[in-house]
Design a protein around this ligand. Structure first.
Ligand SMILES: C[S@@+](CC[C@H](N)C(=O)[O-])C[C@H]1O[C@@H](n2cnc3c(N)ncnc32)[C@H](O)[C@@H]1O
Length: 293
């Protein structure tokens, strides 16, 4: 463990250009990890062999699982998520209504009034709920689905409500996910239970991206319906897991200290937030020498 503070390695000064990363998730996910994809590839290459399985206990848009599955690093991903709306999308994409959902998006007559009407409706089935969730994720400010969020006003380049509604792209992403459905298991539940219950299979790796509410951070609370988390317990559970893991956190001295107290390795790495402001996030793992190479 070479890093003892949040000082920055000089080589890691430039954030990843997300335009160069394939987008595979249909979600615009607040806290989504597209920018981390090149680091995930480096992590995979650093392992003695590719893992037989990856588990994402805080799944959200599942970017990391989709990447490692679609790029052939593993043959099995388990995505866990507590939010029922997000769960309805995963269950529909992986189930027999995937094409219905993709077509529903393609055929939806998008306008301010049709969006308003659709979002007011009470979904009668899981697939209706999935469609509503995708729509809301596209037209709500920052893709935020948590209570208190609302419709975007001017949209991208002043193009209004439809500025993030790309039906053909969404169709393709959903059908691509459906095509790898036998390699993805979705669990609607508590990611903490998953970490506690998984077998100590050394070929499984964990990618842990919890809501950021530790050390008084408010972001997670605003972004996610489910944001309460016992962060100390998460570290204790992760410590008792024997396989490899990679965790990301909003940068904070307090989290860095907890990580170091478990003998974990830490590395602050550069990223650009949605407002293109350069920031750092904290990577935590057993040995992050691969991230400094
Ligand atoms: C930072 S986001 C994950 C983003 C994801 N890595 C991506 O790239 O899209 C954290 C997610 O954890 C979910 N969550 C919060 N508490 C949870 C819990 N106890 N179990 C499972 N999921 C939880 C939230 O609903 C949110 O979707």
């Amino acid at each position: 463990m070479s890093q003892q503070s949040l000082s920055y390695s000089t080589e890691l000064t430039r954030p990843v250009n997300v335009a160069s990363v394939p987008k595979r998730s249909p979600f615009r996910y607040p806290g989504g990890k597209t920018w981390l994809v090149p680091w995930i590839r480096r992590w995979m290459h650093s392992l003695p062999s590719y893992p037989s399985r990856i588990i994402e206990p805080f799944g959200g848009g599942g970017i990391v699982s989709l990447t490692v599955i679609c790029e052939g690093f593993t043959s099995k991903a388990v995505i866990v998520e507590l939010d029922e709306d997000i769960a309805s999308v995963w269950q529909t994409m992986l189930g027999r209504d995937a094409e219905w959902l993709a077509n529903r998006i393609l055929d939806f007559p998008f306008s301010a009034s049709s969006v308003e009407k659709m979002l007011e409706m009470k979904p009668k089935s899981m697939r209706d709920r999935a469609f509503q969730t995708i729509l809301r994720n596209r037209v709500y400010h920052g893709g935020i689905l948590a209570p208190g969020s609302g419709l975007i006003k001017n949209g991208e380049n002043g193009n209004g409500l439809g500025s993030r509604w790309y039906p053909k792209t969404l169709y393709k992403r959903i059908m691509n996910i459906h095509s790898v459905r036998d390699r993805i298991e979705f669990v609607e539940g508590d990611g903490m239970d998953t970490i506690k219950d998984i077998s100590q299979d050394k070929d499984t790796v964990l990618f842990i991206d919890p809501p950021y509410t530790a050390a008084g951070k408010k972001a997670g609370k605003r972004l996610y319906k489910y944001h309460e988390l016992d962060h100390e317990r998460l570290f204790a559970l992760t410590n008792s897991y024997r396989g490899d893991f990679l965790m990301t956190y909003d940068i904070s001295e307090e989290i860095a200290q907890i990580a170091l107290s478990y003998g974990f390795d830490i590395e602050p790495i550069p990223m650009r937030n949605t407002h293109l402001r350069e920031m750092r996030e904290l990577l935590i793992g057993r040995d992050l020498s691969w991230a400094r190479d």
